[in-house]
Design a protein around this ligand. Structure first.
Ligand code: 3MF
Ligand code: MG
Ligand code: MG
Ligand code: MG
Length: 390
């Protein structure tokens, strides 16, 4: 019943299942995983597609002949195993050239090279079918505040996104951009640190309609923020183009844990929101197996991410269909009908008459202040659904 299927639209980054477990204190613990093998295994487990950074597929510095061979084999694997590539992105953080950033680096040669690398990676992504192109500004930030003017950094990022938007249009590509905010790591501070910062930036671009967001659970939790609310605002703005699902234990380094392995309650409300809002984009996992795992542990991890999403989806449906929940939500949201009509009119917009009606209305503030909202009862119902007793 919870087994993942292609229609569920689950995707993984090639970098996620191929993560070898290197961390700042320890070396790799798993052998490299070939992209073709990842495509095969993920397909068998029920995933719909894979996403990649240019260099996840074609190693940095490959010759044109090597690149052609790799891309040919990869296309063949996609075809053989019925997998798609909905998203692609650029690695603008691994090579030493990017140690001070890419689009916002102080060195103009680095900024120009970052554009060249991204144009090539866009061509590759589009060739493999990508419809969304993600920008995670891995090293776009500072360690020393003395090094850069933060206003100039915004302008440089805007120049890059505007230029690349035109590149996409000029080539007639069917591709949208999704900005992925993160507050820090690997830089001690990253520009555009949260969903809110990125969202505000989009409306200063030349083609805001082409640019949306790719928020990540762990990244917002690193900043101590409520991910469900960030996703709500992105959805409401029509800007949730893509999503990085994973999990995280509070404001620490980016842990990329198996989806739903830690914050089960907020992930329940996240899945409920995505499903009820009719989000139809990819459900992408940007996470990796614990460093303790061998290859089998990687597939256990991948299957776990997808199963947990499906289980939470079923639980969210049961919660919404529960008559006791429905009755309680109805009571909670109902008040004086005259006042309901006032706020309905506010939604329609301002008028002098409405302003007059509002200023002449008498409110029983004492009684309203004494009201109990029954959220304890409602929340306990949610908890019981999550725990499986209803
Ligand atoms: C880092 C990330 C990135 C981005 C990726 C674009 C390596 O914290 O989250 O993963 O998700 O670059 O999708
Ligand atoms: Mg991340
Ligand atoms: Mg992460
Ligand atoms: Mg991510």
């Amino acid at each position: 019943q919870y087994a993942p299927k292609k229609e569920d639209r689950f995707t993984f980054g090639l970098w996620t299942v191929a993560n070898q477990g290197r961390d700042p204190f320890g070396d790799v613990v798993r052998p490299p995983l070939n992209p073709v093998r990842s495509v095969q295994k993920l397909s068998e487990l029920g995933a719909w597609g894979v996403n990649f950074h240019d260099n996840d597929l074609v190693p940095f510095g490959s010759s044109p002949a090597e690149k052609d061979r790799i891309v040919r084999d990869f296309k063949q694997a996609l075809n053989d195993y019925g997998m798609v590539v909905p998203m692609a992105t650029t690695n603008l953080f691994f090579h030493p050239i990017f140690k001070d950033g890419a689009f916002t680096a102080v060195d103009p040669s680095v900024r120009a090279y970052a554009l060249q690398k991204t144009m090539r990676a866009i061509d590759l992504g589009v060739e493999l079918g990508a419809k969304t192109y993600v920008f995670w500004g891995g090293r776009e930030g500072v360690d020393s505040e003395a090094s850069k003017n933060p206003m100039e950094a915004v302008k440089r990022m805007r120049d890059a996104i505007n230029f690349l938007s035109e590149y996409v249009l000029d080539n007639g590509y069917d591709l949208r951009f999704a900005l992925e905010p993160k507050p820090n790591e690997p830089r001690s501070d990253t520009y555009f640190p949260t969903i809110g910062h990125a969202l505000a930036f989009i409306y200063t671009l030349d083609h805001p309609e082409m640019v949306g967001l790719n928020p990540e659970v762990a990244h917002e939790h690193m900043a101590g923020l409520n991910f469900v609310h960030g996703i709500g605002q992105a959805l409401e703005a029509g800007k949730l183009f893509h999503i990085d699902l994973n999990d995280q234990k509070g404001p620490r380094y980016d842990q990329d844990l198996r989806f739903g392995s830690e914050n089960i309650k907020s992930m329940f409300f996240l899945v409920r929101l995505l499903e009820n809002a009719g989000y139809t984009g990819p459900l992408h996992f940007d996470a990796h197996a614990y460093r303790t795992e061998d290859e089998q542990g990687v597939w256990d991890f991948a299957l776990g991410c997808m199963r947990t999403y499906n289980i939470l989806k079923a639980k969210a449906q049961r919660f919404d269909a529960d008559p006791e929940v429905q009755a309680l939500l109805h009571t909670i949201n109902t008040g004086d009908s005259a006042h309901q009509s006032l706020v309905d009119q506010v939604r329609q917009g301002y008028s002098k008459d409405l302003a007059r009606q509002l200023s002449e209305t008498n409110f029983d503030v004492e009684t309203l202040g004494k009201r109990g909202y029954q959220y304890e009862k409602l929340d306990q119902l949610a908890v019981e659904h999550i725990l499986g007793t209803r």
